[in-house]
Structures are given as C-alpha cells and as structure tokens.
Design a protein around this ligand. Structure first.
Ligand code: BTN
Length: 312
C-alpha cells in the first residue's frame, strides 16, 4: 500500500484489502486517517455494489463494485464516472483538449447520445454493459490511427475469447455463421497533418444485456459464454490495461499487433462483401487495410462494413 497514492480513500481502502482482511484500525493507521473515515469509505464502496464483509479479522473485500471508487481502484488511473452522460467520447475529447493526461478514463452507466462508427448511434442498456473512453497519446502518425482500433480489438479478443470482424467489431459465433456483435470501437482523433495530438478510444461492450434495438444482430458476453461470471469492474480494469498495452505496442512492434489480429480474426479466409467489392478476405495489410481476393484481382479495403457471404 502506498500512502502517497492520490486516489480517493475508498479506492485506496479497496486496494489495501487486496491481500486479505484488515481491521479498520490498521487501515486508519496506514492511511493516516480516522477509523470513522475508513468506515465511511467502506460504506461508500458497498454503496457501489462492492462486497465488503466485516469479520473478526477486519474487513474482507469480495467482488463487484461499479462506481467512481471501485473503478478508480480497479483501473489504477484517473477515472471520471458518470451515472448518465451524452457520450463518453465527447466528454473525454473535451478533457483531452484541456490537457487531461494519457490514460484518463471516462465511464458511463448510461449514454443518451452514444456515438457509433460511420455516424451511427450506439445504444446500451443502463447498468448492464460497459461504455467507456480511454485517452491515448501515442507517438504515431495520423495515418496510423486505424491501427489503434485493430490493437484495441485484439485486446478485447484476448480478454473475452471472442472473434474479431474487420476492422474492429467483436463477434460471438451464431449458428448461421454470421456472428452477433458483442462490442464495438470508435476512435476519434485530434490531429494535424503529420502529427497526432491524441486519440479518444471509445468502447461499447455488451456484458449482461438481453434486449437490443430492432434490426441489430447483437448479443452479450453473458449470453455468448454461459456459465462464466462477468464482474463489470474487474473486466473493465483488465480491458483498459490490455487495450493500452496493445495500442502502445504499435510504436515499436506493429507487426506483433497485426499478427495477433490475424490470429483472432473471424473475417480472414471467408467470402465477404464490402460496398461494391466481393471476394475472399485473404490478409490484413500493414496499414490495416483488408485485402480481398476478387474476380478482378486483389483489392485493398480501407473502410466500410464487412458482410459475410454465406454459401448456400
Ligand atoms: C460501433 O459503431 O461499433 C462503435 C461503437 C462505440 C460505442 C462506444 S460506447 C463508449 C464510447 N462513447 C461513445 O459515444 N461511443 C463509444
């Protein structure tokens, strides 16, 4: 436990209970606060849904917890938590323009104007899923920014075990072979020619949701992986660390990210249609383009929606 840690007391108490139970007295002495302050911090963690039992050996932390204190502990970085907001991407963009540090995370339980790719909206059930945005300030060129979405998709694939549809959708398998969307990524840039200032990387991930907007082929982790328990706070902590590390890997080892993407892809090797092009997706180019083998030859696809072509 680091007494000079600047996180709120509740986050420090949650971290302090990492190794096992501790009494209020021990925690109070360690953090240089009163036992009353520790008790209040424990109550605040419980109010966020974290299990904290009082036993003879002191407080014992269990799972759960989704709120500013639990996420500040789980994610170990500056966290801005909103019960409701328009869009976490929009919020973080504003913070980034004001100089927020790389790694800052904005999380919302409910977005009323969630943004999706290509000008679409993103709708997510309140209290059941993950909607968050992470601030990245990588040393990359603006034209390399699409690779950040691929890197984030690799990270989500690694944490969830689900497949990547080009460029960065995460899909659960379905009987018809098309797949149902579990997660989407939207990266928004602040750049000038030749210089990338920052990237706001937004992720929406269906964890426990069961209802989806009409016409949307989607599912959730809970539906796709029955029997597995998904603790949203723990999942978020793991995801942001993994996303950050895969994204910054692009600075030194882009090929490592691309090969991990190829390994997790459910697009490569399949007949697909993107806009007016149809062919077999045969590779991912170093700039992130999808290479289609078409009747007219190899075509690089830089943007668009991939549709699986099912053999009848
Ligand atoms: C997609 O269209 O697949 C991308 C969806 C991205 C949604 C997330 S939810 C958190 C962040 N804030 C937003 O407004 N959008 C992204």
């Amino acid at each position: 436990m680091d007494p000079f840690d600047e996180r709120p007391l509740g986050a420090k108490v949650a971290g302090g209970l990492e190794e096992g139970p501790l009494t209020g007295q021990v925690l109070a002495e360690h953090f240089g606060v009163s036992r009353q302050a520790i008790w209040k911090a424990v109550q605040a963690l419980r109010a966020e849904g974290m299990e904290v039992a009082s036993e003879s050996g002191g407080y014992r932390r269990g799972g759960g917890g989704f709120g500013p204190l639990s996420l500040s502990w789980r994610c170990n970085r500056p966290v801005v938590f909103h019960s409701e907001t328009g869009s976490t991407n929009r919020d973080l963009f504003t913070l980034a323009l004001d100089g927020a540090e790389a790694g800052t995370l904005v999380v919302a339980e409910r977005q009323v104007a969630g943004k999706g790719r290509l000008g679409r909206t993103w709708v997510s059930s309140e209290g059941k899923n993950l909607s968050f945005s992470l601030l990245l300030r990588p040393s990359l060129l603006p034209e390399q920014a699409p690779l950040l979405c691929l890197a984030a998709a690799v990270a989500i694939h690694e944490v969830t075990g689900l497949g990547i549809k080009w460029p960065n959708d995460i899909l659960a398998p379905t009987a018809d072979g098309v797949g149902a969307k579990v997660s989407g990524i939207l990266a928004e840039l602040h750049a000038e020619v030749g210089h990338l200032h920052f990237v706001v990387l937004g992720v929406g991930l269906n964890v426990h949701a069961q209802d989806f907007p009409e016409g949307v082929v989607a599912t959730s982790l809970a539906e796709a992986c029955p029997g597995r328990v998904w603790d949203r706070g723990a999942l978020l902590g793991e995801l942001v660390d993994r996303i950050e590390s895969r994204c910054y890997q692009l600075q030194t080892d882009p090929e490592g990210v691309l090969s991990a993407w190829r390994a997790g892809s459910v697009t490569l090797g399949h007949e697909v249609r993107v806009g007016q092009h149809q062919g077999v997706a045969v590779d991912l180019r170093e700039d992130g383009a999808l290479i289609l083998e078409t009747a007219q030859g190899r075509v690089p696809i830089l943007a668009g929606d991939v549709q699986m072509v099912l053999s009848s």
